[in-house]
Design a protein around this ligand. Sequence first.
Ligand code: GUN
Length: 299
Amino acid sequence: MGAQIIDGKAFAAKVRAQVAAHVAGLKAGHGIVPGLAVVLVGQDPASQVYVKNKGVQTIEAGMASFEHKLDAATPEAEILALVARLNADPAVHGILVQLPLPAHVDAALVINAIDPAKDVDGFHISNVGLLGTGQKALVPCTPLGCLMMLRDHHGDLSGLEAVVVGRSNIVGKPMAQLLLGDSCTVTIAHSRTADLGAVCRRADIVVAAVGRPEMIRGDWIKPGATVIDVGINRVPHPDDPAKTRLVGDCHYDSCAAVAGAITPVPGGVGPMTIACLLANTLTACCRAHGLDEPVGLTA
Ligand code: GUN
């Protein structure tokens, strides 16, 4: 009774320390400083917070941080011109264009204009194709973080039954590919899956990324299974409707009573995303210079 809590905050701190140690070695041994450029278009408050945190953590890891904040009305051509400059800049090893972009900008066009070797989000169609065909890619940060936590908890994932609930391009689909790459038997389920409870109950690993607050209940979880909750949903506080609280896509108390291990919300998957962005930037930098990649920080 009572699942082991997978502490994403502590795990992310460990990943950041590993990245920082490798970055220090690159600097001392080769005079190379990995650089991450972040492009923010507009004033979306959540995006501003993400971008600020990315900048702080990039610098804490010993990397160079380049922030480009553009007005919400910036023409698409101007954003594409900035991406082209960053592609050509040897001090920039990773480029992240913060999503969502304003409605007048074609997000796919901008993402696919990024040099795939600098696409630290892993959203470029080339990286999506490389991951899907089991080739070396830059992979999306949130699923990479989930994979690292699963490998840490289970060791070998081979032969385990994994159910990914959610089919987004950012989490669900790449998560399924990564688990397949580690020889899991993978099912992608979603909000319209018939008898989702029965599908989840088969799983040794449930990754919940469906975007619906507390949808996955304890009676959907096989006793002893590992539950990775990617959801971050702000809902009214039950004791005070003027306040809000964060919940995942899993109903924490009932799932934790049955699961073998579970990630909390907040403090589970969330902190791993930026840690993996730093890891991807380091990986991109090492590849750009033909140097050994950091061990344990890639798919
Ligand atoms: N907006 C919210 N999450 C992300 C992310 O992981 N990458 C980018 N580029 N934009 C986001």
